[in-house]
Design a protein around this ligand. Structure first.
Ligand code: ADE
Length: 248
């Protein structure tokens, strides 16, 4: 999968060199491009924002640097010097082009199901907004040219899209075949079957007066499966009853 990120804080994504995603990049499973939005400004101060039309608090991100940056990634920049060779000529079409994702508290809720769906894509482009958001015409323009999604991490407000994009890339990236060593470990996780995960234990069998549940030491795999399922249901009922199927 190819992932491009547009941001005014490219260093933020240095952590993608680490851990499983870092390895996935080294092995070529994930190809990453991080682009500084300010490279597409032409004024002395490299400004990316301006005051909102109609008044109001805060600043809004200007459309021009976004247009130039996204066009360069999409290979539609008239200047070949700023065109990414990895994506040159890539069509931006209704169903099979890249998906352009803008993290936003006003977007669709990001879920495990969405992560799974996005993990099947060839090319994702993330646009990290800051301040009061990006001029609406950027979303409107690229929606006319291809697939665009506004995605929210949850019902709270972050200072910008970078943290949300990191979370999404981690959730999506680990679902790409080969990124997580043992694919079975993905199957038994929270949210994969609509329930929260069961509690896990390792050695020692007793720690600070707390014992591992005896069934896990029994060697009886049937009993262990049943216990784990019960724990999942109990935990989900207690913590996230909204996830359980409705009976009425
Ligand atoms: N940007 C600011 N807040 C956000 C949120 N909750 N989710 C995604 N992007 C955001």
């Amino acid at each position: 999968m190819r992932i491009d990120i547009v941001t005014i804080f490219p260093e933020f994504f240095d952590v993608l060199d680490l851990s499983l995603l870092g390895k996935a990049r080294q092995s070529g499973l994930i190809e990453l491009g991080v682009h500084n939005l300010r490279d597409h400004t032409h004024d002395r101060h490299h400004s990316v924002d301006d005051t909102p039309y109609g008044g109001g608090a805060g600043m809004v991100m200007k459309p021009e640097p976004w247009g130039a940056s996204l066009d360069a990634i999409l290979g539609t920049d008239p200047d070949p010097a700023t065109t990414d060779p990895a994506t040159t000529g890539m069509p931006i079409a209704a169903d099979d082009g890249p998906i352009l994702i803008f993290p936003s508290p006003a977007g669709d809720q990001f879920t495990q199901a969405m992560a799974r769906e996005l993990s099947l894509e060839q090319h994702l482009i993330f646009g990290c907004g800051r301040y009061e958001g990006i001029d609406q015409r950027v979303v409107d323009h690229y929606s006319q040219r291809g697939r665009v999604r506004l995605v929210s991490l949850g019902d709270y407000v972050l200072n910008g899209g970078e943290v949300a994009v990191m979370a999404m890339i981690e959730a999506i990236g680990r679902l790409i075949p080969g990124v997580v060593g043992n694919p079975l470990s993905l199957v038994e996780e929270s949210h994969e079957d609509g329930l929260l995960e069961y509690p896990s234990y390792t050695k020692p069998a007793s720690w600070r007066g707390l014992d591992v549940p005896p069934v896990l030491l029994s060697g009886n795999h049937g009993a262990i499966s049943i216990w784990r399922r019960q724990q999942q249901i109990e935990r989900t009922e207690r913590v996230r009853p909204d996830l359980l199927p409705r009976t009425i």
